[in-house]
Design a protein around this ligand. Sequence first.
Ligand code: AMP
Ligand code: MG
Length: 321
Amino acid sequence: MITNIVTATPEAIARAGQLIGEGRLVAFPTETVYGLGGDATSDSAVAAIFAAKGRPSFNPLIVHLPDIHAAESLVLVDERARQVADHFWPGPLTLVLPRRAESPVSLLVTAGLDSVAVRAPDHPLAQSLLKAAGRPIAAPSANRSGAVSPTTAEHVAESLGERVDMILDGGPCRVGLESTVLDLTGATPAILRPGGISRERIEALLGPVTVSGEAADAPKSPGQLLSHYAPRAAVRLNAPEAGPGEALLGFGEAPQATLNLSPGGDLTEAAANLFAMLRALDRPEFTGIAVMPIPERGLGEAINDRLRRAAAPRPTSGATP
Ligand code: AMP
Ligand code: MG
């Protein structure tokens, strides 16, 4: 297969930064999943991201930055935001903050909201690319909308192919789940999407936070569509065993599992394996994927969120959202 995957040499990173500057698209690794990056200040680059993903334009994008200082010209950074960033950045935590009136971020990035989601990724290649590009990079996960997120360069090539100009290969992603999205625009911090930083860790710093339910919060975080992260195969949750023809995705001791997220019951390991294993079991020889129960604590909250969306009824139009 001809692909546009390139080894991330310094020359390749410089070229990738140049491509971003020209309004082209570059897929790059972060610690969470691979991102599909484009110039966040360019309407045409951002429109190209939505087109390449087949993503509904009401679903806003996360803007990637080197650090909190770089955020100051885009969003209003108050004491609380600074404290959270000091603690968790660079890392898998996205902050939703009020947009500055003079913010150079394309209005398409935010789908018309008066807030912007920003994050500093904890991955040397992502940081090098940000530096080479010298501008904020808008980047959703580098897959077709609604499908399972990519945690390797090969996953990106399978999903997006020639729709992306370059794929920087940085090996498998360490965390393997998307960032936690934390809304800091209100009096009480609100988790709009569980992810790579657990609620417990955020609450240890900030005190109680609210966690949004799915449908009720649709206007606040339009990206939280119910069916998402979905393999082609039907997914069945909290399954003690596989039904006829099903693959079994195990957790904890389970010799009967087709694949096991973590035989030792480790949630960090399970998170890192989740998307790659869902892909690996998404094969026509199985009638579906049965998933064993995952405890609802720590990273388990984010894992179960993704699994519920993978198992949710699909839109009837045939296309995923
Ligand atoms: P993705 O980058 O595809 O993993 O998804 C980004 C997530 O962040 C989606 O769930 C978006 O709805 C959410 N998001 C991005 N910007 C905002 C914003 N300004 N307000 C609320 N949620 C946002
Ligand atoms: Mg995504």
